[in-house]
Design a protein around this ligand. Structure first.
Ligand code: 8X3
Length: 260
């Protein structure tokens, strides 16, 4: 809790799932002694989340804004226009991401290809590049990268999604090397099955197909990953949790899932 005190934490994709759970977990771990910047496309959701957090943790400071991470040109003005007390970001959680469809190569809509690369790769790189000068100036800061087991394994029907998460991993590894002479940490968390809106989005609202992903399993939940994000970013400065592959206990790869 001490180590998190007063930290400014920026979370993309904060309106649901792992992003939302991470906001709550930072409050829980610090007893509300953090400053959260919450970004997403759905402003009403952020509003609700901010209200709820403040109810539970009266001390917490929350700044939320509607921002589509794919509006690349809006990120710099957004950072420059942050209220003074939120300007010195300490932790960037690059959480916004998605899978679109399970089509095979040859059948994948260009829109889906671009949608996944735009959010998972281009927006993540853009955000990292725009926030990095803030970290470099004070020689500290954490960059949390939401990877996936899809960045470790590739599977059929996931060519583009897997390519985006492999990209995230490669980018993160290069960045960690480039920052070797700084105190800036690059932390990649790579979950397996987590039950969030993820599958509903991947299956484009087909709830039967989305439900099948988790059927007869106990998957991870958003707060399980949030705990790990908070754990990783509250280690001593000398400790970098560089990569964490995280499965529910019934899973060991995309191809090893026990349904019981
Ligand atoms: C989420 C897990 O199954 O799509 O990143 O690879 S999976």
């Amino acid at each position: 809790a001490e180590r998190l005190a007063n930290k400014v934490i920026l979370i993309t994709g904060a309106s649901a799932g792992i992003g939302q759970a991470t906001a709550l977990e930072y409050c829980a771990a610090s007893n509300g002694n953090v400053k959260l910047i919450l970004l997403a496309r759905r402003l009403e959701k952020l509003e609700e989340i901010a209200t709820e957090l403040k109810k539970q943790y009266p001390n917490v400071k929350v700044h939320y804004e509607k921002l589509d991470v794919c509006d690349y040109d809006k990120v710099e003005p957004f950072l420059n226009n942050l209220p003074e007390e939120f300007k010195s970001i300490d932790i960037l959680v690059n959480n916004a991401g998605k899978a679109l469809g399970v089509d095979k190569v040859g059948d994948i809509a260009q829109e889906d290809v671009e949608g996944m690369f735009a959010t998972n790769v281009l927006a993540m790189i853009n955000f990292t590049q725009k926030v990095l000068p803030i970290f470099k100036k004070k020689n500290s800061g954490d960059i949390v990268q939401l990877g996936s087991m899809a960045g470790r394994y590739s599977y059929t029907g996931g060519s583009v999604y897997c390519a985006t998460k492999h990209s995230l991993r490669a980018f993160s590894d290069s960045l960690r090397m480039e920052l070797i002479d700084t105190n800036i940490r690059v932390i990649e968390i790579a979950p397996g099955n987590v039950e969030t809106e993820f599958s509903m989005i991947r299956y484009k609202g087909n709830s039967a197909a989305a439900g099948k992903v988790y059927e007869n399993t106990t998957p991870l939940y958003a707060d399980d990953i949030a705990e790990i994000i908070v754990y990783a970013t509250s280690r001593k400065q000398n400790t970098v949790l560089a990569q964490a592959l995280v499965f529910p206990s019934c899973q060991a790869s995309p191809f090893h899932l026990h349904r019981g």
